[in-house]
Ligand binder design. Structure first.
Ligand code: AMP
Length: 194
């Protein structure tokens, strides 16, 4: 069955220090599955990535993993994905993830997550795509980044309209419906899952 929406999630390949990060990843996966959605992500089984994917599957959602050969060779792939695409390199991976998504959201993570988030945002502000971009600010994880971006605005390296392209929220249940709505789509709640 065609999913109601397809959400690309960028997040840590590690768990981080606070239990709230794992809870947020689990909540995101459950929300996607319970609302008839599809997860698009990096195809890994470690850290928050694995938590989101497993929670989505458990809640009846579809999971599209896109992973480069080099990471499969390290046995980092999550073989339970509904679709697991093994691609030649990072560029192909990011292109496929972006093409398959209706919206993007970054959860807490490290440099991989940041690189992916900034690319989705940069492409949006250049109108390479018109898909919503969100930042899940679990337990204020991204407060310092948002503060730094605010100083870029103060120093005239960034405009308010560019900042306005990022939707932020501290709770998945608040942020994700907004992203789906901004993408011009609706959720298809599964009553057995909510
Ligand atoms: P990081 O935030 O540095 O942990 O990197 C996470 C992001 O980079 C994810 O969204 C993935 O797309 C990619 N990535 C990094 N490490 C892995 C891994 N072990 N398996 C799959 N993807 C990974």
């Amino acid at each position: 069955m065609k999913p109601a929406f397809s959400l690309c999630v960028y997040c840590g390949s590690r768990m981080g220090q606070r239990p709230e990060y794992e809870q947020a990843a689990d909540e995101v996966g459950r929300w996607i599955g319970a609302h008839g959605g599809q997860l698009v992500y990096g195809g890994g089984k470690s850290g928050l990535m694995g938590i989101v994917a497993q929670a989505t599957l458990k809640a009846g959602g579809q999971v599209v993993g896109v992973i480069p050969t080099a990471l499969v060779e390290k046995e980092w792939a999550m073989n339970e994905c509904t679709e697991l695409h093994i691609v030649a390199n990072m560029h192909e991976r990011k292109r496929m993830m972006a093409d398959r998504a209706d919206a993007f959201v970054a959860l807490p993570g490290g440099i991989g997550t940041m690189e992916e988030f900034f690319e989705a945002w940069t492409w949006r502000q250049l109108s390479y795509h018109n898909k919503p971009v969100g930042l899940l600010n679990t337990s204020g994880f991204y407060d310092s980044l948002l503060g730094f971006l605010g100083s870029m605005v103060d120093q005239s390296f960034l405009n308010d309209w560019q900042m306005d392209l990022i939707r932020t929220g501290s709770q998945a249940s608040e942020l994700l419906p907004q992203l789906v709505q901004d993408a011009g789509l609706s959720t298809a709640p599964r009553l057995d899952q909510i």
